[in-house]
Design a protein around this ligand. Structure first.
Ligand SMILES: [Zn+2]
Length: 265
């Protein structure tokens, strides 16, 4: 990256008002109590340490901050852990506690006077939590490309919400260009006669070749190709990190994505 091109910002915690647009207060209290008691295990994938709740509300806060920066003309990446797209309104799962991207989408709708939010989920897993949260809200369109069959088992093509859900389930091992084309096509369908005010990306880099959890074949330049294409929609773009299980590859793809946002097409 060119020196000076990148600005770092520390995340603030999301507020209760921001979080409860998506998650009931009772659910959040339950997570906080579990963390305060030293942590615990929710399912085979999903454990909390004593600090996990604090991390999760800061992750959601970072997604909001990235959204606000993007809306002010500065595209942004929220480099967060834990991720969020498997968390439903009332169920933590798949390493996810709070649905960061959904919290950010509702901040845009409720606090930033936006009326249409496009969420593109390129994580190799289906964002079941995001879909469950937004599938009855026509102000949000959700596009997910994911390996099929694979965890969590949702994301069939015929899950279309109120006409606002666009799922692209695909097998692993295809040539990367095919994944690139399929997701470009799905976003094109989702934005036909529907111009988003904001594009939120559930940026899971477990869709890369060599990820230990899955078998997609993408390389860093493919994420850049997508972002360059979507910049032409003329909407602010914010990325929120989701999965990705080879840190060095996640880093390379994150840099390629940020460069694509910074330099444009
Ligand atoms: Zn994933």
């Amino acid at each position: 990256m060119e020196p000076g091109l990148l600005q770092w910002a520390e995340a603030r915690a999301a507020t209760t008002e921001q979080l409860t647009r998506v998650h009931p207060g009772e659910y959040l209290n339950r997570l906080e109590r579990l963390a305060n008691a030293g942590g615990g295990v929710i399912d085979a994938d999903t454990a909390l340490s004593s600090k996990s709740y604090v991390a999760a509300i800061h992750a959601a806060g970072a997604a909001i901050q990235a959204t606000r920066a993007a809306a002010a003309g500065q595209p942004a990446l929220a480099a967060v852990r834990p991720p969020g797209h498997h968390a439903t309104a009332v169920q933590a799962m798949g390493f996810c506690l709070i649905n960061n991207v959904a919290v950010a989408a509702y901040e845009a709708l409720e606090a930033l006077s936006m009326s249409r939010v496009l969420i593109v989920d390129w994580d190799v897993h289906h964002g079941n939590g995001t879909q469950a949260i937004v599938e009855t809200d026509p102000r949000i369109r959700y596009v997910s490309m994911h390996q099929w069959p694979l965890y969590p088992g949702t994301g069939a093509r015929d899950e279309t919400g109120v006409g606002n859900v666009f799922n692209v389930p695909l097998p692993g091992g295809l040539p990367p260009e095919q994944y690139v084309t399929e997701l470009l096509g799905a976003v094109e369908r989702a934005t036909e006669a529907w111009t988003p005010d904001l594009i939120l990306i559930s940026a899971g880099f477990d869709a890369m070749a060599g990820d230990p959890l899955a078998a997609f074949t993408l390389r860093p330049e493919h994420f850049a190709t997508w972002l360059q294409a979507w910049r032409r929609l003329n909407a602010p773009i914010a990325l929120v990190l989701e999965g990705g299980y080879v840190p060095q590859r996640v880093a390379s793809a994150a840099v390629a994505s940020v460069e694509a946002l910074a330099h444009g097409s």
